[in-house]
Each structure stands twice: as C-alpha cells, then as structure tokens.
Design a protein around this ligand. Structure first.
Ligand code: SF4
Length: 222
C-alpha cells in the first residue's frame, strides 16, 4: 500500500498564490473557510445503499477492493436516506419504483446530490419505450451528474463521483446553507404514473377533451 505524503493529503486545501516553506509543507496550509468546508464534504460523500438493476452490480464492484471507493472517503454506503449525501440511481427506473425514489429523495438531508448512473436512469435506456419504464429520473428529481453507458464501468462511476467532487468544491457555504429544502410531491401510481405538479395541466386537458366530446355528440344528434 502506498502511503500518501502529507502534502498530498492536503491537496486542494491550500489557496494558490501563497508560498509555504518546504520544511513545513504538509503540516501548514493557508486556506479559506469555504475551501476547508468543501474539502471535508467532498472527501466524505456518503452514498445511499440501493440499486435497481444491472447497473447496481457495477456500483457494487466500484465499492469492492479492485476499484475501492474508500480512496475517496465514499465507502460508507448508508441504508438510511437520512444519513446519505448522494443518491446513486443505478438501474432501470420503473413506474412502480418512482414514487419510492422521490420519497427517499425527500427524506435526505441538505445538501443532497443525485447521480443518474447509466442509460436507464439518465433517459430510459434500452427500455425507453417500455410501458412500465420512466424515461429519465430527472423528470421527477434534480440530477447533478449523468453517467452514460449500458452499463457504465466502475471507472465511469468513479469519474462521475469525481465530477460531483468538483461541483461541491465550487459551492459556497452560503449557497449550501441558504438553499431551501423543496418537498417534491410523490408521483401517483394509477393506470399510468402521474406527477402531482402536472395536475392543473391534466385537469385543463381533460376538461377541454370532455367539452370537445360533448360538442361532437350534440352536433351528431342534430
Ligand atoms: S443502463 Fe444497461 S446495464 Fe444499466 S440498468 Fe439499464 S440495461 Fe442495465
């Protein structure tokens, strides 16, 4: 096992433009509160432990010894959404599953992130036209990183997680703490799945169609 030198461990923490004498490099850094806060967050992202289909096997492989998520401080997969920072949607999202994903997302504390892993979670994948499949999880919850592929390799997932780290690094303390936790209404599963946010539109469309049917029935009687 390669031991990381002190200066490598502190990588990303030092504000550029300040010279630190060689003899104390690795022990002393000059930084800002934002940088320190984000450095801690990006190196301890806890993913929620759940998988939906074949992509989940690749996610499991990423956590195993060959790829080793622990290098990024992300190996602590949480079985509870209340302790998770990132939801990795790994697999085909069916209409039956979507309300539960939204419920889990709502239960995660802020700041929270979502990764759409694979073609299915990103856009429906090979089952896009299927009667039972959601064509992209971003129709219901906000997605931060999309990982293409069917299935994406563990390396691709690692790359996606590194992209998430870059996004976290750019956030400010103010931005993170002042964001509002917006409750997303759970989709309703009926003959088809419905998004409660679309109810006014659905109502308007239904009333219009009913009116048209009534008019055509009256004109056919005359
Ligand atoms: S993207 Fe491919 S590998 Fe991933 S869940 Fe869909 S079908 Fe399976």
């Amino acid at each position: 096992m390669v031991r990381r030198e002190g200066k490598d461990r502190l990588e990303g923490l030092q504000v550029p433009g300040y010279d630190i004498p060689d003899e104390v490099k690795g022990h002393v850094v000059i930084t800002t509160l934002n940088r320190l806060y984000n450095w801690g967050r990006r190196n301890s992202i806890w993913p929620m432990m759940f998988g939906l289909a074949c992509c989940a096997i690749e996610m499991i492989a990423t956590a195993a010894s060959r790829f080793d998520l622990a290098r990024f401080g992300m190996e602590v997969m949480r079985p509870s959404p209340r302790q998770a920072d990132v939801m990795i949607v790994s697999g085909t999202v069916t209409k039956r599953m979507m309300p539960l994903i939204v419920r889990l997302y709502n239960q995660m504390p802020l700041p929270k992130y979502v990764i759409a892993m694979g073609a299915c979670a990103s856009g429906g994948g090979p089952f896009k036209e299927g009667y039972n499949v959601i064509s992209g999880v971003d129709k219901y919850i906000p997605v931060d990183v999309y990982i293409p592929g069917c299935p994406p390799t563990p390396e691709a997932l690692l790359y996606g997680l590194m992209k998430l780290q870059q996004k976290i690094e750019k956030q400010s303390l103010k931005e993170v703490y002042l964001q509002k936790d917006e409750y997303i209404p759970e989709p309703v599963l009926g003959p088809d799945i419905m998004d409660p946010r679309d109810f006014p539109l659905i109502r308007e469309y239904t009333m219009k169609k009913l009116e048209e049917m009534r008019e055509s029935a009256v004109s056919s009687e005359q």
